[in-house]
Design a protein. Sequence first.
Length: 300
Amino acid sequence: MTIGLAHAELIAVLTAVTGNDPRVMTVRSGEALPSGPFELGHRTLQSGLREWIREQTAHPVGYLEQLYTFADRDRNNEILGGRTISISYLGLVREQAAPGGRLPGWHGWYEYLPWEDHRKGRPAILDDIAASLAAWVDADTTRSGQRRRRVDFDFGMNGAGWNEDLVLQRYELLYEARLVAEAGCDGSRTFGRTMFADHRRILATGMARLRAKIKYRPVVFELLPENFTLLQLQKTVEALAGLTLHKQNFRRLIEQQELVEETGGTESETGGRPAKLFRFRRAILEEREFSGTKLPLSRN
């Protein structure tokens, strides 16, 4: 719908975790997120987005929450002399084939933001990023100190700790330094797979929201099968956080918060004896917004 010169767009960050890999649903062969205009026939914003997801990907969607509204003047607009306002949503699903009509497909989070995955240690790409950001810092002598502090804080450099929640800040810093193709750079020094317009920024926003949210809401339940092992639960949390967790501390905190209960069944896990199967307690499933429920990020 166009009102004056404002075009309202609905856009989805649909996330799944498959094989310990956090993934996002895309269209245009991985170049964009599912999206479409908010039209007069749509009953609500969310119902309108669900219609676009169904048309473009044919993938079922359950959990969906509003993420953020993007309306900056410098956003990539497709209407001459106008502005696109994007109302984004975060969706949590279990991956299925997507036979929709706009070349839908699942792609890993870390194809687009490879510096965010620290499960195997500090990613090598951060060395190249650090060198490029150092040149950006030195390029402005009047603000070099401020720039250096931002780089250190956002990317955990020079003794600063890595904060997994700063996904959006890191992407926006790379954008400001013209180190991502979306910023209009010449392509000689860019990092991560490019997306249409500011869809990668919206993906970063969704990643940051979910990383923060799993610490105080049991939303990770939406990404797991009904029955699972504690190792599967831990690996799913690690995949989303991009970090490895201390196994015993993780399990102790899960037990203390009474998040799960045994099903009585077992499942064979690679290289070990059969593991107990668990399910989320019914009370947790009925009270997803209970503020005291959280999944711990207790690092190794």
